[in-house]
Write a protein that binds this ligand. Sequence first.
Ligand SMILES: Cc1ncc(COP(=O)(O)O)c(C=O)c1O
Length: 481
Amino acid sequence: MVLTPSAHVHARKLVELLGSWNGAARPSSRSLSAAVRQLVLDGRLPPGTRLPAERELADALGVSRTLVARMLEGLRAEGFVASRRGAGSWVKLPDGERGNDAHGGWFPTEDTEMLNLAHATPNGPPELCAATDRARLRFPEQLSGHGYQPHGLRVLRERIAERYTKRGLPTGPEQILVTNGAQHGFALVLRMLVSPGERVLVEHPTYPNAIEAIRGLNTTPVAVPMVDGGWDLELLTANLRQTSPRLAYLIPDFHNPTGVRLDADGRARLGRALARTCTTAVIDETLVDIDLTDDEPPPPMAVFTDRAILVGSASKSFWGGLRLGWIRASEEFVQRAVVGRAALDLGSPILDQLVLAELLCVADQVLARRRAETIERRACLVAALREHLPHWSFRVPDGGLSLWCDIGAPVSSRLAVAAEQHGVRVAPGARFSVHGSLERWVRLPYTLPGDQLVEAIRRLAAAAAAVHEAPGPSLLTAPIA
Ligand SMILES: Cc1ncc(COP(=O)(O)O)c(C=O)c1O
């Protein structure tokens, strides 16, 4: 894969990322190479990130320029850095180390013994059946029309709009476009706003199918790393300024896969950065309802900036099988999207929309039960991890449906392969990476019943032991000095 530099990292930021290396008593080019290599492998320096100039980095680190030049030479030889006259140096993964095609994608399995932790998808609620019965009674009145409703059914758009208004964002039904899921909504906005070769800024890690949508249009993702507690807004702002992406794709509400939520202050800062750089952002709110806290939720991003196009979904709040989502934007944008949609499809199924409209009338009840059940399952997963894999570390997420786990070594694709042999399927960190790094992480959903989660973690612990006992020759196991 040909990579060109996309994101930038300042010398000051790189020094911060290098953390303990920077305090080493006797710095060497080898140990510096190893530390930078580790940052690439675990995703904190996403491939494509342009490195500071040699002199600038040497000054920031307080080492000689020769040491930095040797470090770069070493990493170039290993395939972790590429350089071009005039364009500087940027980090990359060596050929053959691109791991995000590893297990975890959507493929069917006949194996009923397999415990599937690769997807964070809840079952449908029992209220769905009663909602379907009520929808069936309203269906005949639709039959006098032709059934093509590219905006979506009025009654559904009204109910979705009401929910935004309740969340503090006054919204009318003319600002809603019903789509066939959030992924469809994002793909539609992407097609409308971004041309091949332009850039789309994403968090790193991010939702894998968003990466696929970006790649599928031959647009270039600019990956901005998440840090321990969430977003590094300084870094994100710097990247908005320096890389001028045509669009940003962000998940501030229980980010998939890390589960973190951006607070109101952060949203205000992000809103200002988007306005200052004239960047439009798709804000993916797919997981917004899976709030496992008792806190007052922050307002939707569109309260802070009119540059936010919100994309919502029925999949996590209710059921993925409905295949319904929506876009919330200005009326003018929605009109353009209706025209743009014609190239992809001509509207969403009417009966399913009626079902969702009915379900929204009992949303509070459905979501209260989902929340209680999810809290219980999250507790089972956390307890099982602490018992069977005590050296793995994670932050208990405030919401969403999965936990982002640091497995202590850059081996998550190998772990996923071993796990399959032990009867459990997981999505390795590389699936959530733009270029296949993030090998030190694995995403673990808590959507299965508690007893199955406990068994899945027991199997995963056996797989982890097998990986530990048989280290492979991969560069991914390269030691860090
Ligand atoms: C962040 C995020 N966005 C979008 C989607 C896809 O949603 P939908 O099923 O509505 O297309 C998912 C599903 O996992 C998701 O986690």
